[in-house]
Design a protein around this ligand. Structure first.
Ligand SMILES: Cc1cc2nc3c(=O)[nH]c(=O)nc-3n(C[C@H](O)[C@H](O)[C@H](O)COP(=O)(O)OP(=O)(O)OC[C@H]3O[C@@H](n4cnc5c(N)ncnc54)[C@H](O)[C@@H]3O)c2cc1C
Length: 547
C-alpha cells in the first residue's frame, strides 16, 4: 500500500531543481514523483513502510527546504496549481514568442503559448531560413553559369527545383524541431493549439476553451499584404510563402514590389534561370536608403540581368491560361508585362484581425498594427506586443529582442524602453545590402553637421580579388564629434561586414577609432577602415593594407 503526499518545497528555481527533488525522493523509494518549481510543490506516492520524515530528510539533504505536508486521499486527482491560470499567455509561437517564453520560464513564471498555424512562426517556416537556403543555391547556380574568372570553365545545368524545394523543406523541418518544438517541453511551456481571441481583458478563448492570465503578449506577426490592383484577386499569384514552394522554375517571373523580400526572391529566381521583371511605384529603388546605395544596387543587379521597372502605375492584372498580364503605365506610356508566374511582394500587414482586441481594450493603428508605447505596452497595461505585429523593423532579431524586453517589463519592474536606433538591416542579394544607423539625410534632418565618405567597391582589395567590384561603402560621420552615425554597404558579404559597423555606431566609435584598428587584409570588412580613411585621404594613393 502507498500514501499520496503533497509537500511544499522551497528553493527550487528551475527544471533542473525539479529533477534533483524527484531523484532525491525516488532514492528513498517514492513513486510517481511530480515536482514543480513554479508552484514550489512536489506530489509523490510513498510506500506505507517509509515514514514521511525520510522524505523530508531526503529533500533537506538535496539542499531544498521541505515545508507543509498534506496527505491526499487516493481517489483525489490533484494537479499542481490551477492549470487555468498563467503568469504570461503568449499569442503566437515565432521569434518574439519563444524569446519571451524562455525568459519568462527562467524567471519562474507559468507560461502558455497559443499557435494557430505551424510552430516557429514566419522566420523558420516561411521566411529567413527557407529563403536564405534557396538564395545560396541560386547564388551557386549563378556562379557556375557566370563565374568571373577567365580560365575557369564551369557551367550551370538545368535546375531540379522539386529536389531543391524538398531539401529546403527538410532543413526547415529539422531547424523547426530543434530550435522551437523541442524547447516547448524542455522549458515546460504549455502549448495551446488554435486561434486565440480575447473575450475580455484577462481572458482569451481558443477552440471554445477559456484561458485566464495575469499578463499577455501579442506576438502574432504579419502576413503578405495584397495591394488593391484591379483584377489581382482573380489571378493565381504567388506570395513569398508560395514562391518558396514552387516545384518548377518559372520561365518568366513578374514581381509587383521591390522591397527586400521582392529583391531577394527576384534574384533567387533569376539565378535559377527565370527571366525576372520587378515593378515598383516609386522612381528610385530602395528609396529609404542613401542614394549611393540605391544606385549601386540598381547597377549591380541590372548588370546581372534583372529588369527593374520604376515609376509604375498599375492599371489591371489579368490571367489567360497560365499567363499573367500586368498592365502598367510608365512615364505616360502603357506597357504589358507578361509572365507565367506573378509574385506579389508589397510589404506585410499585421495579424490582428482575429484577436478581438476591442474586448481587451487594445488599440490598433491605421495599418492594423498593435500600438505600443516605449515599454511595448499596449493601451491595456497588462497586455504587451512585440515583433512584426507592431510594424517595427521586420527582422527576427528585433522580434526576439522585443520579446525579451516585454518579459522584463511585464514580469519584473524593469521599465525598460525599447531602443531601435541601431538595428542592422540586411538584404541577402548578391551583392548584399546592409545598413545600420542613420542615412545622410536622416543625420541632417536631426540637425547634425554631417560628413560622409563614399568608397566605390573597386577600392576594396577583397572585391578586386573576387573580381566582383559592383558596390559601395558609405559612412555617415558627425563632423563635430567625429562619431560614425551610419554605415551602408553594398558588397558580397555585406551582412557580415555590418556587424562590425553596428558595434561602431552603437558604441559611439569615431572615424579615428576605425582608422586605428587593424582590419584583416583581404576581407570585405577592410572596406569600413578604408571608408574611414577616405574621409580625408585619397584611398587610391594608399599601399596594401591601407598603409
Ligand atoms: C520571405 C521572408 C524572408 C525573411 N528573411 C529574414 C531574414 O533573413 N532575417 C530576418 O531577421 N528576418 C527575416 N524575415 C522577417 C522575419 O521572419 C520576421 O520579422 C519574424 O519572423 C517575425 O517574428 P514574430 O515573432 O513577430 O512573428 P511570426 O514569426 O510571424 O509569428 C507569429 C505567429 O503567430 C501566429 N498567430 C497569428 N495570429 C494568431 C492567433 N490569433 N492565434 C494564434 N496564433 C496566431 C501565426 O500563425 C504565427 O505562427 C523574413 C520574412 C519573410 C516573409
Amino acid at each position: 500500500m502507498t500514501k499520496k503526499i503533497s509537500m511544499k518545497v522551497s528553493g527550487m528555481t528551475c527544471m533542473g531543481c525539479e529533477e534533483h527533488v524527484a531523484v532525491a525522493l525516488e532514492n528513498i523509494g517514492a513513486k510517481n514523483v511530480e515536482a514543480s518549481f513554479r508552484h514550489g510543490e512536489v506530489l509523490f506516492e510513498l510506500p506505507d513502510d517509509i515514514g514521511i520524515e525520510s522524505a523530508k530528510k531526503a529533500i533537506d539533504e538535496a539542499k531544498y527546504q521541505p515545508g507543509e505536508i498534506e496527505e491526499i486521499s487516493s481517489q483525489e486527482n490533484v494537479v499542481l496549481g490551477n492549470e487555468g491560470d498563467y503568469d504570461l499567455l503568449i499569442i503566437g509561437s515565432g521569434g518574439s514568442a519563444f524569446s519571451a517564453a524562455i525568459k519568462a520560464v527562467e524567471k519562474g513564471a507559468k507560461v502558455a503559448m497559443v499557435e494557430r498555424g505551424t510552430i516557429g512562426g514566419t522566420c523558420v517556416n516561411i521566411g529567413c531560413v527557407p529563403s536564405k537556403t534557396m538564395l545560396r543555391a541560386g547564388e551557386i547556380n549563378h556562379l557556375a553559369g557566370k563565374n568571373p574568372f577567365g580560365g575557369l570553365n564551369t557551367k550551370a545545368e538545368s535546375v531540379d527545383m522539386a529536389t531543391l524545394t524538398e531539401n529546403k523543406d527538410k532543413l526547415v523541418e529539422g531547424m523547426r524541431q530543434q530550435k522551437y518544438v523541442d524547447l516547448i517541453d524542455e522549458y515546460g511551456i504549455d502549448l495551446i493549439r488554435g486561434e486565440a481571441s480575447f473575450i475580455d481583458e484577462n481572458t482569451v478563448e481558443v477552440n471554445g476553451q477559456k484561458y485566464i492570465a495575469n499578463k499577455f503578449l501579442i506576438s502574432t506577426g504579419a502576413s503578405p499584404s495584397i495591394p488593391n490592383i484591379s483584377g489581382l484577386k482573380e489571378v493565381n499569384f504567388l506570395t513569398s510563402t508560395t514562391a518558396l514552394e514552387l516545384k518548377e522554375v518559372p520561365k518568366k517571373l513578374a514581381v509587383i514590389g521591390s522591397g527586400y523580400i521582392a529583391m531577394e526572391l527576384g534574384q533567387l529566381f533569376h539565378n535559377l534561370g527565370s527571366e525576372v521583371s520587378l515593378m515598383q511605384r516609386s522612381e528610385r529603388l530602395l528609396k529609404e536608403y542613401d542614394p549611393e546605395i540605391s544606385e549601386a544596387v540598381d547597377e549591380a543587379l541590372t548588370k546581372q540581368g534583372l529588369n527593374f521597372i520604376t515609376g509604375v502605375t498599375y492599371k489591371k492584372v489579368e490571367q489567360n491560361g497560365n499567363m499573367k498580364k500586368v498592365y502598367i503605365e510608365v512615364n505616360g506610356e502603357e506597357r504589358v508585362i507578361e509572365a507565367d508566374q506573378l509574385l506579389v511582394a508589397t510589404g506585410r500587414r499585421p495579424n490582428t484581425g482575429s484577436l478581438n482586441l476591442k474586448a481587451a481594450g487594445v488599440e490598433i493603428g491605421k495599418r492594423g498594427e498593435v500600438v505600443v508605447n516605449d515599454y511595448l505596452q499596449t493601451s491595456n497595461p497588462n497586455i504587451y506586443a512585440a515583433g512584426d505585429v507592431t510594424l517595427g523593423p521586420q527582422f527576427v532579431y528585433v522580434a526576439a529582442y522585443e520579446g525579451g524586453i516585454v518579459v522584463e517589463n511585464a514580469l519584473g519592474a524593469a521599465n525598460k524602453k525599447v531602443d531601435l536606433r541601431f538595428v542592422p538591416g540586411v538584404t541577402f542579394t548578391n551583392p548584399s545590402i546592409a545598413t545600420v544607423g542613420l542615412t545622410e539625410q536622416q543625420a541632417k534632418d536631426q540637425g547634425n553637421d554631417v560628413k560622409t565618405s563614399v568608397l566605390p567597391l573597386n577600392s576594396v582589395p577583397r572585391a578586386l580579388v573576387n573580381r566582383e567590384t559592383n558596390g559601395v561603402f558609405k559612412l555617415v560621420v558627425d563632423n563635430q564629434t567625429k562619431k560614425i552615425v551610419g554605415a551602408h554597404v553594398v558588397a558580397e558579404n555585406a551582412g557580415e561586414v555590418i556587424y562590425g559597423a553596428t558595434l561602431a555606431v552603437q558604441f559611439g566609435l569615431t572615424a579615428d577609432d576605425l582608422r586605428n584598428t587593424m582590419a584583416p587584409y583581404l576581407t570585405m570588412s577592410e572596406g569600413l577602415k578604408l571608408a574611414a580613411l577616405t574621409l580625408d585621404k585619397d584611398v587610391s594613393k594608399l599601399s596594401c593594407c591601407a598603409g
